[in-house]
Design a protein. Structure first.
Lengths: 252, 313
C-alpha cells in the first residue's frame, strides 16, 4: 500500500482481518475431537493478531450447528480470551527464531506468487486464464494424496481410528422442519409480490436496468428497488440480463 | 538500522551449533532416530530441527517488526491490541427462515458474542427466490433464507442495528443484501453513520475457490466495486469488502497460496478503485480481510504476521 500505491494515512496500511477456523480440518469421525482442533486454530488466530474470529462448531461436518455446539464454539473463544492469558501481551511470539524465520519464509514464497500474478496482468487476468484455479486444484490433489498415503496424519481418520460409530449417533444434531421453512418462505415471497405497489416496483426495476446498461453505480438503484419490495431473484434477474452469467470452463 | 545480533555473537552461536551437530547430535540420532525423515509445514515448507539466531542473521528489528500500531505493523495494527479491546467474537450463523435465525442471533448475543455474522442459504447466495425451481429443497439448509426486505426485518426483530455490527457472507447479491440491511436500519431510525458491519463482496475468490459466482469476472468485479464506492461515500463504518483467503484455502490451497492470492486480489481491487478516480486514502481504510486458521499452528501464526507486513509495504 505504501510503496506501490502511495497510501499516506496509517489506517490505509492496516490489514484488518477476520478469521474462521478451518472447516476443512474437521472430520465426522470421533466428532468431539473437532472441539480440540478448533481451539488450537483459534489460539493461532489470536496469537496472529486477528480483529475478529469465528470458531466452528464440532458438529459442522454433519449439519449447521446445534445451539449446544455453537455455544461450545463461542465459549472456546471466551476461554482463550479470559483464562489463558495469551491476550495479555502483544504479539508474544515475536522474536522466536523459528516463528520469525517462518514469517520471512512465508512472505518470500507469497511474493513469488504475487510476482507471477503481476506478470499475467494482475488477478483479474490471472483468474480469466485459470492460473490460481489450477494452482489450488493441484495443491488440493497433493494434500489428498499425502493423507491417503499416510504422510499426513489426521487423528481418528488415518491414525487412532475407532470402528465404533456409536458416538457419532450420539451427536445431538440440530433438528428443524426444513419443508415447513421452505413452504413458509415461498408463501411469504408470494405475499410480498402481491402486496407491493406495482407501479413503483416496476419503475424501480426499470431504473435499475437503465443504470446497469449505462455502467452507472447500481447501488442507489438496488436500494431503491429493495424499498419498493423487489425480491432478490427479481433484482439479480435484471442484473443477469444485463451482465450475463458465467459458466466455469474446464481448466485441464 | 537495528540489527539484532552482532557478528561476534553470531559467530559464537554458529560455532556452538556446529559443535552440537557434529559431536552431540549423531549419538542421539543413532540411538533414537527421528520420527520422520523430513518434517514440513502443511504448505510443504521443510522445517529444521532447531532454529537459532543464525537463522536470522542480518535481521533488522525495525525494518521487519517495529512496534505495534506502527509501520510495518507486523506486531499488530493497534498499539494496545487485546489489552484494550479483545477481538470481536463473531459467530457465523444462520439456518431456516428469518424467524429461526433471529432466535439464534439473540441466543448468541445473550451467550456473549460481540458481533453478528450471517450465513445465507444457497438460493440467497446465488440470488434466486425461494419459489424458483433452482431453490427446491435448499431453502434454509446451509444458512438463512432472505429473499425480501420483509425477511430482513424479521431477521433483526428486537435487534438494534445501531448497537451491533453484522457480517454478511454474501457475494454476487451483496448489493441486494446490503440494501436490505440499510433499509431495515432506516426503518429502525438508525442513521447511516451508525451502520456497521461487513459485506464479503469479494468476487475474485469466487472464481478461485468458492464457486458461487453468477456474473462473468469483469461484471462481477464492477458490481463489487460499485458496492465499495457507494459505501465509502455513504456508510463511514461499513466494511464493504472482506478480501477472503478462507474459501481459497478451503478449496485445498496451501497457506502460502492463501496468503498470496488474497493479497493479489486486494491489489487488483485497489487498482480498480483508483481507476475509478477514488483516492487511495479515501477507501483503503475500509478494506478488510478474511483468513482461514488451519491446524499447522506456527505456519498459521506466521501467515497472519506476514500478511500484515506485506500489505503495509
Amino acid at each position: 500500500m505504501k510503496e506501490w500505491f502511495g497510501a499516506k494515512k496509517p489506517r490505509s496500511l492496516w490489514l484488518r482481518f477476520h478469521v474462521q477456523t478451518a472447516g476443512c480440518s474437521l472430520y465426522p469421525q470421533q466428532p468431539w475431537l473437532n472441539i480440540v482442533r478448533t481451539a488450537l486454530e483459534a489460539l493461532a488466530a489470536v496469537l496472529g493478531g486477528c480483529q475478529s474470529l469465528h470458531t466452528n462448531a464440532f458438529d459442522e461436518p454433519f449439519r449447521v450447528p446445534s445451539e449446544f455446539a455453537a455455544k461450545i464454539a463461542l465459549r472456546t473463544q471466551q476461554i482463550i480470551a479470559y483464562e489463558t492469558g495469551v491476550a495479555d501481551v502483544i504479539d508474544p511470539l515475536a522474536g522466536s527464531y523459528f516463528v520469525e524465520w517462518l514469517t520471512d519464509e512465508m512472505e518470500e514464497r507469497a511474493w513469488r506468487y504475487i510476482e507471477r500474478i503481476e506478470s499475467l496482468g494482475g488477478m483479474l487476468e490471472a483468474v480469466k486464464k485459470g492460473y490460481p484455479q489450477r494452482e489450488v486444484e493441484e495443491a488440493a490433489y497433493r494434500f489428498q494424496r499425502e493423507v491417503e498415503e499416510g504422510r499426513r496424519f489426521i487423528v481418528g481418520v488415518n491414525i487412532f481410528k475407532e470402528e465404533d460409530v456409536e458416538e457419532v449417533r450420539r451427536v445431538p444434531l440440530l433438528e428443524f422442519n426444513q419443508e415447513e421453512v421452505e413452504r413458509r418462505q415461498k408463501e411469504r415471497v408470494r405475499k410480498v409480490r402481491s402486496m407491493r405497489d406495482e407501479a413503483r416496483w416496476r419503475r424501480a426495476l426499470d431504473e435499475l436496468r437503465g443504470a446497469a446498461e449505462r455502467g452507472d453505480n447500481i447501488m442507489p438503484y438496488v436500494l431503491n428497488a429493495v424499498k419498493a419490495y423487489a425480491t432478490i431473484g427479481e433484482i439479480m434477474g435484471v442484473l443477469k440480463d444485463v451482465y450475463g452469467t458465467y459458466v466455469e470452463p474446464p481448466y485441464y | 538500522m537495528a540489527k539484532l545480533y552482532s557478528r561476534e555473537a553470531l559467530e559464537e552461536i554458529l560455532r556452538a551449533y556446529r559443535e552440537w551437530e557434529e559431536n552431540i547430535l549423531p549419538q542421539w540420532l543413532s540411538r533414537m532416530p527421528e520420527r520422520q525423515e523430513e518434517f514440513t509445514t502443511l504448505s510443504g515448507i521443510p522445517v529444521k530441527r532447531l532454529y537459532t539466531p543464525a537463522d536470522l542473521k542480518d535481521y533488522d528489528y525495525m525494518e521487519k517488526l517495529g512496534v505495534p500500531g506502527a509501520y510495518p505493523f507486523t506486531r499488530g495494527i493497534h498499539a494496545t491490541m487485546y489489552r484494550a479491546r479483545l477481538w470481536t467474537m463473531r459467530m457465523f450463523s444462520g439456518y431456516g427462515g428469518p424467524e429461526e435465525t433471529n432466535e439464534r442471533l439473540k441466543m448468541l448475543i445473550k451467550a456473549g458474542e460481540t458481533g453478528l455474522s450471517l450465513a445465507f442459504d444457497n438460493p440467497t447466495l446465488v440470488g434466486v427466490d425461494p419459489d424458483d425451481p433452482l431453490a427446491e429443497g435448499a431453502v434454509g439448509v446451509v444458512g438463512v433464507s432472505v429473499p425480501t426486505l420483509v425477511d430482513m426485518e424479521i431477521l433483526f426483530r428486537d435487534i438494534n442495528l445501531g448497537e451491533v455490527t453484522t457480517n454478511m457472507t454474501i457475494n454476487p447479491p451483496a448489493p441486494v443484501l446490503l440494501s436490505f440491511y440499510v433499509a431495515v436500519a432506516e426503518k429502525q431510525g438508525v442513521s447511516y453513520d451508525r451502520i456497521g458491519g461487513t459485506t464479503q463482496n469479494d468476487p475474485l475468490k469466487e472464481f478461485i475457490g468458492q464457486k458461487t459466482h453468477v456474473f462473468p469476472p469483469e461484471a462481477a468485479v464492477k458490481v463489487a466495486m460499485d458496492v465499495i464506492e457507494w459505501s465509502v461515500k455513504n456508510l463511514p463504518k461499513w466494511n464493504p469488502i472482506s478480501i477472503s483467503g478462507y474459501h481459497i484455502r478451503e478449496a485445498g490451497a496451501t497457506a502460502v497460496q492463501e496468503l498470496a492470492f488474497t493479497l493479489a486480489d486486494g491489489i487488483e481491487y485497489v487498482r480498480q478503485l483508483i481507476a475509478r478516480g477514488l483516492d487511495v486514502d479515501e477507501f483503503a481504510p475500509r478494506l478488510s480481510f478474511f483468513f482461514d486458521s488451519h491446524i499447522n499452528f506456527f505456519e498459521e501464526i506466521a501467515k497472519f504476521r506476514a500478511a500484515r507486513r506485506m500489505w503495509a509495504r
